[in-house]
Ligand binder design. Structure first.
Ligand SMILES: [Zn+2]
Ligand SMILES: [Zn+2]
Length: 242
């Protein structure tokens, strides 16, 4: 498996940056995980939209789905121009009516709803959706193939679900939204130290931090590294082998 970062900002996006989106590739198949604002520009630097085989959404906050609407526009325009457009399978938590109406229109996506913990087989990969602690219904993703494990935290606070999702992961792509020195503690996001703690407790090999703040990323990295040595900051358009 290979994971390429298309966006790694939290809601405080950096100039020229993009919000959460990742391309997971395995045996030539391409799975888009989330589609945050700005990420489509990066996706199109490496492939065209018709090359995306499946899309998976972890939750419906705009910093994870905004560019899906643009993705949809492009496919819809091509359909109107007479091109044959095959609906793309889209795995997603159940949708609010307004979102469902937007995404089911013109059958550009084949919708598969996740409503609780669930494991599905996708292109020979075992993909588990594991509920995590966030402001709205959210699933971490655990992907297993040929004895290797890739976990994407989605957005989460410290919880049992994320510890389970990350267990023995070879690559753990984990959100780290703020630094721990701040005088508050959010239940629905992690700081660098907590990301390190999860990686250590769940015996993760490599910890890759994402969903980053605009500033103090170096502090956040050192907080995580203090607990889990093999930790890196994710970089846009960089690929990571699992
Ligand atoms: Zn969120
Ligand atoms: Zn987010």
């Amino acid at each position: 498996m290979k994971v390429t970062v298309l966006g790694n900002s939290s809601t405080t996006v950096t100039p020229g940056g993009a919000c959460s989106s990742y391309l997971l590739e395995s045996d030539g198949k391409k799975i888009l995980l989330d589609a945050g604002n700005g990420s489509l520009f990066n996706l199109k630097k490496i492939l065209s939209l018709e090359e995306v085989d499946i899309i998976v959404l972890t939750h419906h906050h705009f910093d994870h789905i905004s560019d899906l609407f643009l993705f949809r526009y492009e496919r819809e325009a091509l359909k109107y121009m007479g091109q044959e457009i095959k609906p793309i399978p889209l795995y997603t938590p159940k949708m609010e009516p307004w979102l469902l109406e937007k995404l089911e229109k013109n059958h550009l996506f084949e919708l598969y709803f996740v409503e609780s913990e669930k494991t599905v087989e996708i292109f020979g990969m075992k993909v588990s959706f594991i509920p995590v602690e966030h402001l709205i219904e959210t699933y971490a993703l655990r992907v297993e193939k040929d004895g290797k494990v890739f976990t994407y935290s989605a957005d989460t606070g410290m919880c049992e679900g994320i510890l389970k999702a990350a267990e023995d992961a070879d690559l753990f792509l984990c959100e780290a939204t703020y630094v721990s020195k701040e005088p508050y503690r959010m239940k629905h996001h992690l700081h660098g130290k907590e990301a390190g703690e999860i990686a250590k407790t769940s015996r993760v090999k490599k910890l890759l931090l994402t969903h980053l703040p605009e500033k103090e990323v170096d502090i956040l990295l050192s907080e995580a590294k203090e607990i889990h040595e093999d930790t890196e900051i994710s970089e846009i358009l960089k690929s990571y082998e699992v």
